[in-house]
Design a binder for this molecule. Structure first.
Ligand SMILES: *[C@@H]1O[C@H](CO)[C@@H](O)[C@H](O)[C@H]1NC(C)=O
Ligand SMILES: *[C@@H]1O[C@H](CO)[C@@H](O)[C@H](O)[C@H]1NC(C)=O
Ligand SMILES: *[C@@H]1O[C@H](CO)[C@@H](O)[C@H](O)[C@H]1NC(C)=O
Length: 172
Protein backbone atom coordinates (compact mmCIF):
# COMPACT_ATOMS: atom_id res chain seq x y z
CA UNK A 1 0.00 0.00 0.00
CA UNK A 2 2.71 2.46 0.99
CA UNK A 3 4.69 1.52 -2.09
CA UNK A 4 1.66 2.18 -4.29
CA UNK A 5 1.13 5.62 -2.80
CA UNK A 6 4.80 6.46 -3.17
CA UNK A 7 4.70 5.33 -6.79
CA UNK A 8 1.67 7.49 -7.49
CA UNK A 9 3.56 10.49 -6.16
CA UNK A 10 6.56 9.56 -8.28
CA UNK A 11 4.46 9.48 -11.42
CA UNK A 12 2.48 12.58 -10.63
CA UNK A 13 5.37 14.69 -9.41
CA UNK A 14 7.48 14.65 -12.54
CA UNK A 15 5.79 17.80 -13.83
CA UNK A 16 5.32 19.68 -10.60
CA UNK A 17 6.82 23.08 -10.02
CA UNK A 18 8.27 24.82 -7.04
CA UNK A 19 7.47 28.44 -6.42
CA UNK A 20 9.45 30.18 -3.68
CA UNK A 21 7.13 32.35 -1.64
CA UNK A 22 9.20 33.63 1.24
CA UNK A 23 12.39 33.34 3.24
CA UNK A 24 12.81 34.29 6.88
CA UNK A 25 16.03 34.66 8.78
CA UNK A 26 15.53 35.17 12.49
CA UNK A 27 18.35 35.97 14.87
CA UNK A 28 17.75 34.45 18.28
CA UNK A 29 21.05 35.55 19.84
CA UNK A 30 22.30 38.87 18.42
CA UNK A 31 25.54 38.61 20.39
CA UNK A 32 26.39 35.45 18.51
CA UNK A 33 25.36 36.20 14.95
CA UNK A 34 23.49 38.47 12.60
CA UNK A 35 22.06 38.23 9.10
CA UNK A 36 23.85 40.83 7.00
CA UNK A 37 21.34 40.07 4.28
CA UNK A 38 18.67 37.48 3.60
CA UNK A 39 16.30 37.89 0.69
CA UNK A 40 14.49 36.36 -2.23
CA UNK A 41 15.36 38.00 -5.54
CA UNK A 42 13.02 37.75 -8.52
CA UNK A 43 15.02 38.30 -11.71
CA UNK A 44 12.00 37.46 -13.83
CA UNK A 45 8.98 35.21 -13.62
CA UNK A 46 10.97 32.02 -13.96
CA UNK A 47 14.23 32.93 -12.28
CA UNK A 48 14.16 33.57 -8.55
CA UNK A 49 16.85 32.92 -6.03
CA UNK A 50 17.76 33.26 -2.40
CA UNK A 51 20.90 34.85 -1.08
CA UNK A 52 21.94 35.18 2.52
CA UNK A 53 24.95 36.12 4.57
CA UNK A 54 25.49 35.41 8.24
CA UNK A 55 28.03 37.32 10.32
CA UNK A 56 29.52 35.27 13.13
CA UNK A 57 30.72 37.24 16.17
CA UNK A 58 32.14 34.45 18.33
CA UNK A 59 34.61 32.75 16.04
CA UNK A 60 35.94 30.16 15.74
CA UNK A 61 32.72 28.18 16.08
CA UNK A 62 33.53 24.59 16.89
CA UNK A 63 30.24 23.08 18.08
CA UNK A 64 27.16 23.35 15.87
CA UNK A 65 23.93 21.40 15.76
CA UNK A 66 21.33 21.73 13.06
CA UNK A 67 17.72 20.83 13.83
CA UNK A 68 15.66 20.61 10.62
CA UNK A 69 11.99 19.92 9.99
CA UNK A 70 9.54 20.05 7.10
CA UNK A 71 6.04 21.49 7.58
CA UNK A 72 3.04 21.39 5.27
CA UNK A 73 0.27 23.96 5.31
CA UNK A 74 -3.20 22.82 6.41
CA UNK A 75 -4.80 25.42 8.68
CA UNK A 76 -1.36 26.64 9.63
CA UNK A 77 1.96 24.89 9.10
CA UNK A 78 1.78 21.38 10.56
CA UNK A 79 4.71 18.97 10.96
CA UNK A 80 4.90 16.95 7.75
CA UNK A 81 8.12 15.03 7.74
CA UNK A 82 11.18 14.73 9.90
CA UNK A 83 12.34 16.67 12.85
CA UNK A 84 15.92 15.67 13.13
CA UNK A 85 18.94 17.08 14.87
CA UNK A 86 22.43 16.39 13.72
CA UNK A 87 25.82 17.39 14.99
CA UNK A 88 26.81 19.60 12.06
CA UNK A 89 30.52 19.39 12.75
CA UNK A 90 30.49 15.57 12.77
CA UNK A 91 28.08 15.48 9.84
CA UNK A 92 30.20 17.75 7.63
CA UNK A 93 33.15 15.42 8.11
CA UNK A 94 31.01 12.67 6.59
CA UNK A 95 27.88 14.04 4.80
CA UNK A 96 26.66 10.58 3.83
CA UNK A 97 26.19 9.56 7.48
CA UNK A 98 22.62 10.93 7.72
CA UNK A 99 20.44 10.61 4.60
CA UNK A 100 17.91 13.32 5.51
CA UNK A 101 20.43 15.94 6.41
CA UNK A 102 22.46 14.78 3.45
CA UNK A 103 19.47 15.60 1.30
CA UNK A 104 19.07 19.08 2.82
CA UNK A 105 22.82 19.63 2.66
CA UNK A 106 22.55 18.95 -1.07
CA UNK A 107 20.66 22.22 -1.46
CA UNK A 108 23.55 24.22 -0.07
CA UNK A 109 26.82 22.44 -0.54
CA UNK A 110 27.71 23.79 -3.97
CA UNK A 111 26.40 27.31 -3.43
CA UNK A 112 27.66 28.14 0.02
CA UNK A 113 30.95 28.44 1.88
CA UNK A 114 29.57 26.20 4.66
CA UNK A 115 30.57 23.00 2.96
CA UNK A 116 33.62 22.25 5.04
CA UNK A 117 33.90 20.80 8.52
CA UNK A 118 34.30 22.88 11.69
CA UNK A 119 35.66 25.24 12.90
CA UNK A 120 33.87 28.14 11.25
CA UNK A 121 35.92 31.30 11.51
CA UNK A 122 34.32 33.31 8.72
CA UNK A 123 30.97 34.77 7.69
CA UNK A 124 28.61 32.27 6.08
CA UNK A 125 27.25 32.90 2.61
CA UNK A 126 24.59 31.15 0.52
CA UNK A 127 24.82 32.46 -3.00
CA UNK A 128 21.83 32.05 -5.30
CA UNK A 129 19.76 29.07 -4.28
CA UNK A 130 17.60 29.15 -7.41
CA UNK A 131 14.10 27.89 -8.06
CA UNK A 132 15.32 25.65 -10.83
CA UNK A 133 17.93 23.96 -8.68
CA UNK A 134 15.38 23.57 -5.89
CA UNK A 135 12.83 22.19 -8.37
CA UNK A 136 15.19 19.53 -9.61
CA UNK A 137 15.95 18.33 -6.11
CA UNK A 138 12.43 18.48 -4.69
CA UNK A 139 10.53 16.99 -7.58
CA UNK A 140 13.02 14.55 -9.04
CA UNK A 141 14.81 13.34 -5.96
CA UNK A 142 12.22 13.35 -3.19
CA UNK A 143 8.67 13.67 -4.53
CA UNK A 144 6.19 15.45 -2.30
CA UNK A 145 2.44 15.93 -2.76
CA UNK A 146 1.21 19.36 -3.89
CA UNK A 147 0.86 22.02 -1.24
CA UNK A 148 2.47 24.80 0.69
CA UNK A 149 5.61 23.88 2.57
CA UNK A 150 8.00 25.29 5.07
CA UNK A 151 11.49 24.01 5.71
CA UNK A 152 12.70 25.23 9.06
CA UNK A 153 16.27 25.02 10.29
CA UNK A 154 17.20 25.78 13.87
CA UNK A 155 20.90 26.60 14.19
CA UNK A 156 22.27 25.66 17.57
CA UNK A 157 25.80 26.48 18.70
CA UNK A 158 27.18 25.23 22.01
CA UNK A 159 23.70 23.83 22.74
CA UNK A 160 21.99 27.25 22.52
CA UNK A 161 19.60 28.22 19.75
CA UNK A 162 21.22 31.11 17.83
CA UNK A 163 19.26 31.53 14.60
CA UNK A 164 16.22 30.20 12.74
CA UNK A 165 16.09 29.94 8.98
CA UNK A 166 12.82 29.30 7.12
CA UNK A 167 12.13 28.72 3.44
CA UNK A 168 8.51 28.80 2.29
CA UNK A 169 7.55 27.29 -1.04
CA UNK A 170 4.54 26.04 -2.96
CA UNK A 171 4.51 22.80 -4.96
CA UNK A 172 1.92 22.59 -7.71
C1 LIG B 1 15.14 35.01 -16.72
O1 LIG B 1 16.44 35.41 -16.33
C2 LIG B 1 17.43 34.41 -16.55
C3 LIG B 1 18.74 34.89 -15.94
O2 LIG B 1 19.04 36.21 -16.34
C4 LIG B 1 17.54 34.15 -18.06
O3 LIG B 1 18.51 33.16 -18.31
C5 LIG B 1 16.17 33.68 -18.58
O4 LIG B 1 16.24 33.53 -19.98
C6 LIG B 1 15.12 34.71 -18.20
N1 LIG B 1 13.80 34.17 -18.58
C7 LIG B 1 12.85 34.93 -19.13
C8 LIG B 1 11.56 34.23 -19.40
O5 LIG B 1 13.02 36.11 -19.41
C1 LIG C 1 11.31 20.08 16.31
O1 LIG C 1 10.46 19.78 17.38
C2 LIG C 1 10.74 20.52 18.58
C3 LIG C 1 9.84 20.00 19.67
O2 LIG C 1 8.50 20.06 19.26
C4 LIG C 1 10.54 22.00 18.32
O3 LIG C 1 10.84 22.76 19.47
C5 LIG C 1 11.49 22.43 17.19
O4 LIG C 1 11.29 23.80 16.86
C6 LIG C 1 11.24 21.56 15.95
N1 LIG C 1 12.26 21.86 14.97
C7 LIG C 1 12.04 22.57 13.85
C8 LIG C 1 13.21 22.79 12.97
O5 LIG C 1 10.95 23.02 13.54
C1 LIG D 1 32.07 23.96 -1.73
O1 LIG D 1 31.46 25.03 -2.39
C2 LIG D 1 32.26 25.62 -3.40
C3 LIG D 1 31.48 26.79 -3.96
O2 LIG D 1 31.21 27.74 -2.98
C4 LIG D 1 32.56 24.58 -4.46
O3 LIG D 1 33.42 25.15 -5.42
C5 LIG D 1 33.24 23.37 -3.83
O4 LIG D 1 33.38 22.36 -4.80
C6 LIG D 1 32.39 22.82 -2.69
N1 LIG D 1 33.08 21.75 -2.01
C7 LIG D 1 32.48 20.61 -1.68
C8 LIG D 1 33.33 19.66 -0.91
O5 LIG D 1 31.32 20.34 -1.98
Amino acid sequence: MVAVVVNLFLIRKVHSLVEFTNIKCEVVDPDFCNFEYCFLKSVNRTYKYYVLKVNLYKTPVTKVKLNSAIYKFANGYKPFMYNVTVDACKFLKNPKSNPITGYIHGFFKDISNMNHSCPYDHDLVVDKLSTQFFNDRVTKILPFPDGKYLVQMNWIAYDILRAVFKIYFVLS
